[in-house]
Structure formats: structure tokens, C-alpha cells
Design a protein around this ligand. Structure first.
Ligand code: SF4
Ligand code: SF4
Length: 171
């Protein structure tokens, strides 16, 4: 009886499409909203430290000199050997300069290699880098798309009998 039940399961999956992929030759398509490695725009960061305070396991390290509006960022890093990918840090960021991307490959052989330094100020490189290459926060991209759509709509002459309507921008 057990053999028949086992064979039934085997036959069921024998002709269906495999759900596994041959990594690393094939890479997975991550769904929208995936919480992977952060992206950080240093030029927008106001060094308020809200992300650092929101992190439940204190894996964000911010080094800065000065306070308030005069604060100057020296270092921004995240230790991915501890990160829970909870997104709390990104949610509290008031200027949307920190968000989570679909970047998932974080394999490293040593714990210290799991620390990603998003920014380190030095004389040769005054400006930090946006990593891993996203242009801007997804919420801002969405807003821009809505704005562009509204502008395109405003340019088109409204059909007779219809009044032009404003587009609400989601924030
Ligand atoms: S995702 Fe969560 S655990 Fe990771 S750095 Fe942000 S707040 Fe901390
Ligand atoms: S919450 Fe945003 S603006 Fe404030 S320090 Fe963190 S990344 Fe920078």
C-alpha cells in the first residue's frame, strides 16, 4: 500500500514542470516586494539615524561627525550576517534614501565579509555610491510615473463634454 502511494506521488510529479532551477546556470526571478540587500542613496541621507534606531538587532552602523543639520556622514554599513530583512529601517527613513531591493545573493565565507559598507568618506571619494545600482527609491519612481502620466493627460485636449481632472499623487 505504501509503495503504491509512493508511486502515485512519483507519477504525479514525473510529467509536471520542475519547480527547481539549475543554479547557478539559471537564476531565480524574485517577486516584486522581495526584501533583499538594501540600496542606499548617500546624497539624500540626512543622517537622522532613525534607521539605526529602528533596527531591532542593531546591525546598522552609522558614523558621523557634527549634529543635526550640520551632521557629516563618515560611514554607513549593514551587517548582513545579522540582518532579519524586516524592512523596519527602510520604512522609517523620512527621505526615502534607503530601501530593499531584489538582490538576494549574499553568500559569503566569513562573517566579516557579510558586512556591506554602503558609504565611507575619504579624501578621494567624497561622494558615496548607490548600491547595487538602482536609480531611485521605488516609491519615487512610482510617483514620477504618476506625475508623467498626469502631465501627458493634461497635454492632450479633453474630449468635448468632459472636464479636465487633477491626478492625486500618492505619497
Ligand atoms: S532590515 Fe531589519 S534587521 Fe535588517 S538592517 Fe533593516 S531594520 Fe535591521
Ligand atoms: S533614516 Fe534615512 S535619512 Fe535617516 S540616517 Fe537612515 S538612511 Fe539616512
Amino acid at each position: 500500500m505504501t509503495t503504491i502511494a509512493g508511486l502515485r506521488v512519483t507519477l504525479k510529479y514525473l510529467f509536471s514542470r520542475p519547480i527547481t532551477i539549475e543554479y547557478p546556470d539559471a537564476l531565480p526571478n524574485v517577486p516584486e516586494g522581495w526584501r533583499g540587500v538594501h540600496a542606499y542613496e548617500v546624497d539624500r541621507c540626512i543622517v537622522c539615524r532613525l534607521c539605526e534606531r529602528a533596527c531591532p538587532i542593531e546591525c546598522i552602523t552609522i558614523e558621523a561627525e557634527g549634529k543635526g543639520k550640520n551632521a557629516r556622514l563618515l560611514r554607513y554599513e549593514i551587517d548582513y550576517s545579522m540582518c532579519l530583512f524586516c524592512n523596519l529601517c527602510a520604512e522609517v527613513c523620512p527621505v526615502e534614501c534607503l530601501w530593499m531591493t531584489g538582490e538576494w545573493d549574499l553568500a559569503c565565507y566569513k562573517r566579516e565579509h557579510c558586512i556591506i559598507r554602503f558609504h565611507e568618506r575619504n579624501p578621494e571619494e567624497e561622494r558615496g555610491k548607490l548600491w547595487p545600482g538602482m536609480k531611485s527609491h521605488p516609491a519615487r519612481q512610482k510617483r514620477r510615473a504618476v506625475e508623467a502620466g498626469a502631465a501627458a493627460k493634461a497635454e492632450k485636449p479633453a474630449p468635448a463634454g468632459e472636464s479636465a481632472q487633477g491626478t492625486e499623487i500618492q505619497t
